[in-house]
Design a protein around this ligand. Structure first.
Ligand code: CMC
Length: 424
């Protein structure tokens, strides 16, 4: 199969067919409009491949997720988040020497310019940390201007990976009115983040290993997810040749919405509501099935996964392990498991292929770790950062990249004459 035929108004057109390395088939419509005068209509882009990519493979029917060919289950069990960052950004697993050098770089670029502390203070204490994350991420471009020199771009990639966690921790400290805790060079990536979050200046603080291990796992599972809403946003903004920081800041904004990364916060708020309402989860299941109720079961459903989300399966088990290790018993975990069990056997959910997604159990783990609810989406952003960077870099280096500029089908008024205000 090398071409596809389209008949429009009785005339036949031929288009090339592309096949990916995992046998995904696409019709190349690059010349569709030039040849036929028509455009493709695909709201939500569910059938549209916007690029060729070597980064992440998902088979939504089989529940497969691989970064650069490596199954998520293996990476979750055996690698570290920093190793996954390297893999995504540089397209190879690092050797021991490469990993050590990379860890060293990520350690030595964690400090924020002292002036940037004023940014945090200029936000109201009630500001959502995602607003602070997005604003501060783009502000980095004021401190580290980007030139077309690939070495500077590479340095800015390292800077962003290193400083993002400092920004996240400072946003949290700002929200609770505590003094910022400076990064420590003797700690690993996840330990350092937890130390900046939870240490206070007056007390020594040792990061519990169970927390840093759980965080590594959570960040690995969120690290990339091919052309999702925020990654596509990063690519779209970057396609105008906007700099890395500006492109990633746009990705942070896209992630914030409750249908995307904001779902982890929405899941916990939903579970808390069910708990406060006496734990009657069946009532909420019925509401989720009733279109008119306007209620959706948050943490359920996915555009791509239609059987199970492998990340949710790993996290369901991790929730039991982490809560057990921390000695936490959370009634919300029980409510979540009950909801899942009913949904897996309910025809509404089965027919629509709605299963728990990554956000369903992640919030319960973050909660047990002591991370407040409005920081959950920031945690997602921290994990997704290497994915955004890898997508941005690939887009930048791809000769096929053109400025992203979709078309539309205009359905508004046809031409009409302007009337002065007293004649309308
Ligand atoms: N609860 C109840 N019904 C649902 C849900 C849900 N969570 N999700 C989808 N449906 C129904 C929907 O009403 C529709 O029914 P019908 O065919 O009768 O109109 C059908 O299932 C298909 O839904 P859709 O909205 O057309 O599917 P989509 O691919 O456009 O949306 C989604 C995918 C993830 C936005 C959606 O499932 C959803 O809103 N889920 C809740 C929010 C959530 O958990 N988001 C996190 C996604 S995973 C992490 C990430 O990538 O950010």
């Amino acid at each position: 199969m090398t071409t596809a035929k389209l008949i429009l108004n009785g005339q036949e057109y031929e288009f090339p067919v592309m096949v990916g390395s995992e046998h995904e088939v696409a019709i190349d419509f690059t010349k569709l409009r030039a040849q036929t005068g028509a455009i493709a209509y695909d709201p939500g882009y569910g059938n549209t491949g916007s690029c060729e990519s070597e980064i992440t493979f998902i088979d939504g029917e089989a529940g497969i997720l691989r970064y650069r060919g490596y199954p998520i289950e293996q990476l979750a069990e055996k690698s570290s988040f920093v190793e996954v960052c390297y893999l995504l950004v540089y397209n190879k697993l690092p050797t021991a020497a490469e990993l050590a050098a990379f860890e060293q770089k990520l350690t030595y670029h964690t400090l924020l310019h002292e002036d940037m502390k004023k940014f945090f203070e200029s936000f109201p204490g009630t500001a959502h940390p995602m607003a602070i994350m997005s604003a501060t991420a783009i502000s980095l471009s004021a401190y580290y201007p980007e030139f077309l020199d690939p070495e500077i771009i590479d340095l800015n990639i390292v800077r962003l990976l290193a400083k993002f966690k400092t920004i996240a921790a400072y946003a949290y400290k700002r929200s609770i009115g505590q003094a910022y805790i400076y990064p420590r060079n003797d700690l690993s990536y996840t330990e350092d983040f937890l130390h900046m979050m939870f240490a206070v200046r007056t007390e020594p603080y040792e990061v519990p290993e169970v927390l840093s291990r759980a965080l590594d796992l959570l960040l690995i599972l969120h690290a990339d997810h091919e052309q999702n809403c925020s990654a596509s946003t990063v690519r779209m903004v970057g396609s105008s040749q906007a700099n890395l920081f500006a492109s990633v800041a746009a990705g942070v904004s896209a992630l914030w919405g409750p249908l995307h990364g904001g779902a982890n916060q929405a899941v916990i708020e939903m579970l808390e509501k069910i708990h406060a309402d006496g734990g009657d989860y069946k009532k909420y299941m019925n509401m989720a099935k009733d279109r008119d109720s306007g209620f959706r079961l948050m943490g359920f459903g996915h555009r791509v996964y239609k059987n199970f989300d492998p990340r949710a399966q790993i996290l369901k088990k991790a929730a039991d392990d982490v809560l057990g290790a921390l000695g936490v018993s959370d009634p919300l975990l029980e409510i979540a498991k009950n909801l899942e069990e009913i949904a897996l056997n309910d025809s509404y959910f089965v027919e629509r292929k709605l299963y728990p997604n990554v956000d369903f159990y992640s919030g319960i783990i973050y909660r047990a770790m002591g991370i407040p609810t409005d920081m959950f989406t920031v945690m997602f952003a921290l994990g997704r950062l290497p994915g955004w960077i890898a997508q941005w870099k690939e887009m930048r280096n791809d000769p096929a990249t053109r400025i992203n500029r979709p078309r539309q089908i205009y359905t508004g008024a046809t031409e009409r004459d302007y009337l002065p205000v007293d004649q309308r």
